[in-house]
Design a protein around this ligand. Structure first.
Ligand code: NAP
Length: 345
């Protein structure tokens, strides 16, 4: 039984970790942290967990990883950056859900996050936690940088294509829609009900901080520098994410041929489902599950592939993927605790 700590258990991804791990046969929760609710039982903060776990929340300053095999950090970025070295002490492994250890180049981090990285030496130890691409490295990692939600949906949609010489890598356009929980639980004007309900809005076009992370992974796959145009949108749903990705093809490809290519690429993947001909990814059908559904289409008139990719931002886009990584690091079956369908409606 692996002993687990969760820092940031009072947030959205922290709660999802807790929900998944209370139902995990090989995990035992040792500590949960929150500054706001320290001293309170977790079931008083999230009544839906009543009867499953009654651990009291502690301040992050009062916990140590001495008694843990793995610590999850579900903290805002820059907070994680400072805490990772403390939690890594004594052989404990860390899975960080923030963006702090995802970028390999500290100069790129500084450019996009406007502060210097405080632990640049640790960046080379961090493994980007997308199991479909980095499975073997994750198994041996002591620090996993869990991917962002947009990068998960987009990288999985593009990985089978950017690795091929028939794709025009200079032509990638990505349009993504996210539920509001992607912004976390903390209060802010932009995520208030009356600000988001009944409206769809674009934000951070061409400057979203997930852009360098997506480009880093696509460039590594393509073995050449890849740049994308990325337009994220907020839609009035609590959770879920849909990315629509456009890429020009250098030669004619039939839709049947492209679907077959995606099916082969992901043939062994337990959490990627390639949809049959004519079906579109739909965030309804990945809700509350660890699946990424991918629909493959070809616009013959423009010789362009159009790929739709749906995930639950809090599961495959965050905590489910983190548990998938934990399973790999523990050497147990990758699907343990995650092998369930989504909810509907
Ligand atoms: N939401 C998503 O869909 C999503 C997807 C992928 C990745 N992520 C990343 O995952 C991380 C957590 O996101 P979230 O959505 O769960 O955020 P959240 O709901 O705002 O939760 C943040 C958690 O961090 C704690 N915290 C905040 N400031 C802290 C500090 N200075 N010291 C110690 N603890 C502190 C909060 O505790 P108290 O406020 O109770 O003290 C809370 O438990 C972020 O880095 C985010 O970018 C989120």
């Amino acid at each position: 039984m692996a002993k687990i700590g969760i820092a940031g258990a009072s947030g959205y991804t922290g709660f999802e970790l807790l929900r998944l791990l209370t139902n995990h046969p090989d995990a035992e929760i040792v500590f949960l942290t929150s500054e706001t609710y320290q001293g309170k039982e977790i079931s008083k903060v999230f009544p839906s967990i009543s009867g499953f776990i009654d651990t009291k929340l502690s301040s992050i300053e009062s916990v140590s990883s001495d008694t843990c095999d793995i610590v999850f950090l579900a903290l805002p970025h820059t907070t994680s950056m400072e805490k990772v070295p403390d939690f890594l002490k004594g052989g404990t492994k860390v899975i960080d859900l923030s963006a702090d250890y995802r970028l390999k180049d500290p100069a790129v981090f500084k450019e996009w996050y406007s502060i210097p990285h405080q632990q640049p030496a640790l960046l080379k130890d961090a493994v980007y936690g997308l199991p479909e691409i980095h499975r073997e490295k994750i198994k041996a990692a002591r620090l996993v940088a869990n991917p962002g939600c947009y990068p998960t949906s987009i990288t999985l949609a593009l990985a089978p294509v950017v690795t091929e010489d028939w794709a025009d890598l200079s032509s990638i356009i990505v349009d993504s829609k996210s539920g509001i929980s992607g912004a976390g639980r903390k209060a802010s004007l932009n995520t208030q009900f009356s600000e988001v309900n009944e409206g769809v809005s674009a934000y951070n076009i061409a400057v979203h901080r997930h852009t360098p992370e997506i480009e880093q992974e696509l460039s590594a796959l393509a073995k050449t520098n890849v740049q994308i145009s990325f337009s994220p949108h907020l839609v009035p749903m609590t959770r879920g994410m849909l990315s629509t990705v456009y890429i020009n093809l250098k030669q004619d490809k039939s839709i049947e041929n492209l679907i077959e290519h995606f099916q082969k690429f992901y043939a062994e993947e337990p959490f990627v489902r390639i949809l049959p001909l004519g079906e579109y990814a739909n965030s309804h059908f990945t809700l509350s599950s660890n699946f990424c559904d991918i629909g493959v289409h070809v616009d013959k008139r423009n010789r362009r592939a159009i790929i739709t990719s749906a995930i639950d931002n809090l599961i495959k886009g965050a905590s489910g993927q983190a548990v998938q990584n934990m399973n790999l690091m523990l050497g147990i079956s990758e699907t343990t605790g995650l092998n369930f369908p989504g909810i509907f409606p």
